[in-house]
Design a protein around this ligand. Structure first.
Ligand code: NAD
Length: 495
């Protein structure tokens, strides 16, 4: 029997008012894993109502106590780690090792921000007037709407849910249409941890209905979105109409630069992991490898040798490095980009096709694909492909490599391999991205550091790290005058 998941609204697991359900498919073999609610706008309305009702009580629970519930949730996640990782591999396709890593990332951020319950720091400052005290305090925003993608269906929701909760907000959360099960498991975990009813609500369904309603709902006070730049722009526009805060984490076209003095074996290791980890379906995936001409041939030869050894298959199988593509539509999109690359005159070095024999027939698998002779103006060098396709691009020198790296509208992550400390520091300064790696691949965030991008990737906000709380709080400035008389700032100043 296929399991049915329900929406979680006001502390109860409920059917959608639409009475419709959709199948959740394992992308490795198209088996139906579960059914989830295909929710209506009305369901979002109910979730907002519940979250609004729960807000006043939740925000008044002392933050360290809110943090304790979040610590409990992290402990439950730890206990369930293996079970969650297996579900993640079936729901999303990534291999089991990566799935375990993703669950760990969710645990890490949950623990990290739970501790913020004992911090939530404001500032105290001197006043320009006598017998007056000034400080800032951080306050929750209210009901926040969270919308997340399928490629990190556990850790990205944790990045948003845990800080939003510790800061005292209540939540309406929509996981991605593909791979929604981990989001639902998170709600179960917080329920088990003792989160009061209505504080976290989850509504599954389509972006066009549930996502759209969340972005437009007048009683949602802030939005946090991770997904494509195309949808992010719509979310931003809707938020702007209501003048609410909107945090956007969107696409990438991340470069790895390999300079002539680089340790080439290390650069190859980084490029393999960066380009083909999670089958290239990461916002931080390496999609361009920019190589200084003197080492281009040697790097390409070494890289190709490794690419041809990549084992593709069901992520639950031992030794599989690259799992399937999330769905048929995405697979077709990637195959279409491969055709575009060929038409544009790039040279297809390896891959470029759907894998169809035996174990692959039922799933959505694409061979790891490498293009060379790629120039910056080509679409495959500019647009996010979000699959196992990487472009090798020659650069004449360091400056040229930086210019090529910066030549897209995105700016999430970039990496450079060099032994020259001066070039490494110059690259840190010159690369237009929110994240820079030196002698490491473009992927691999750590939760205590801020995460996010510049240019078309984001709108200045950052998730995780010291920024996580800022996203979900308002700052209030407080002035306490204990002089017992009227003191006018800038006027009654005494020296
Ligand atoms: P997507 O934009 O298609 O969907 C993201 C979420 O938005 C999903 O929950 C979807 O249902 C919802 N949605 C779709 N249409 C909507 C609408 N009109 N209104 C409101 N919500 C709507 O993205 P995806 O395919 O799920 O994920 C892949 C994208 O996410 C890639 O572009 C990737 O780079 C990006 N991503 C970015 C980061 C980051 O931190 N920068 C992290 C992971 C993924």
């Amino acid at each position: 029997m296929v399991k049915t998941y329900f929406n979680y609204i006001n502390g109860a697991w409920v059917k959608s008012s639409s009475r419709e359900k959709v199948d959740v498919i394992n992308p490795a073999n198209r088996k139906v894993l579960a059914k989830v609610q295909f929710s209506s706008r009305d369901d979002v309305g109910k979730a907002v109502e519940a979250a609004e009702k729960a807000f006043d009580k939740w925000r008044k629970i002392p933050a360290p106590k809110r943090g304790e519930i979040i610590f409990k949730a992290a402990a439950i996640m730890e206990k369930k780690k293996e079970q969650l990782a297996r579900l993640l591999t079936m729901d999303n396709g990534k291999n089991l090792e990566e799935a375990r890593g993703e669950i760990q990332e969710g645990i890490d951020i949950t623990k990290y921000v739970a501790g913020e319950g004992r911090r939530l720091f404001g500032e105290t400052t001197p006043s320009e007037l006598r017998d007056k005290f000034c400080m800032t305090i951080r306050e929750p925003i209210g009901v926040v709407g969270l919308i997340t993608p399928w490629n990190f269906p556990f850790s990205i929701p944790c990045w948003k849910i845990s800080p939003a909760l510790v800061a005292g907000n209540t939540i309406v959360f929509k996981p991605a249409t593909d791979a929604p099960l981990l989001g639902l498991e998170i709600a179960k975990i917080f329920e088990e941890a003792g989160l009061p009813k209505g504080v976290l609500n989850i509504v599954t369904g389509s972006g066009a209905i549930v996502g759209d309603e969340i972005t437009k709902h007048p009683r949602i006070k802030a939005l946090s979105f991770t997904g494509s730049t195309e949808v992010g722009r719509k979310v931003y526009t809707e938020g702007a109409k209501r003048l609410i805060s909107v945090e956007l984490e969107m696409g990438g076209k991340n470069p790895e630069i390999v300079l002539r003095d680089a340790d080439l074996d290390l650069a190859v290791d980084g490029a393999i992991w960066g380009a083909f980890g999670t089958s290239g379906q990461r916002c931080t995936a390496t999609s361009r490898i920019i190589v200084e001409r003197p080492v281009l041939e040697e790097f390409t030869k070494k890289f190709l040798k490794r690419v041809e050894k990549i084992k593709v298959g069901n992520g639950l199988k031992k030794g599989v490095f690259m799992g399937p593509i999330i769905n048929e539509r995405q697979m077709k999109k990637i195959l279409n980009y491969i055709e575009i690359g060929k038409r544009e005159g790039a040279k297809l070095l390896t891959g470029g096709y759907r894998l169809m024999d035996k174990e692959y027939r039922k799933g959505f698998f694409i061979a790891p694909t490498v293009f060379t002779d790629v120039t910056p103006e080509m679409r495959i060098a500019q647009e996010e492909i979000f699959g196992p396709v990487v472009c090798i691009m020659p650069a004449e020198n360091f400056e040229d490599a930086i210019r090529i790296a910066n030549s897209t509208t995105y700016g999430l992550s970039s990496s450079i391999y060099t032994k020259d400390i001066s070039k490494a520091f110059k690259a840190m300064r010159e690369l237009e991205s929110g994240i820079v790696y030196i002698n490491a691949p473009t992927i691999g965030a750590e939760v205590h550091l801020p995460f996010g991008g510049v240019k078309g990737t984001g709108n200045k906000g950052r998730e995780a790290g010291t920024e996580a709380i800022k996203e979900f709080t308002e700052v209030k400035s407080v002035f306490i005058d204990y002089s017992g008389r009227l003191q006018r700032a800038q006027i009654d100043v005494e020296y």
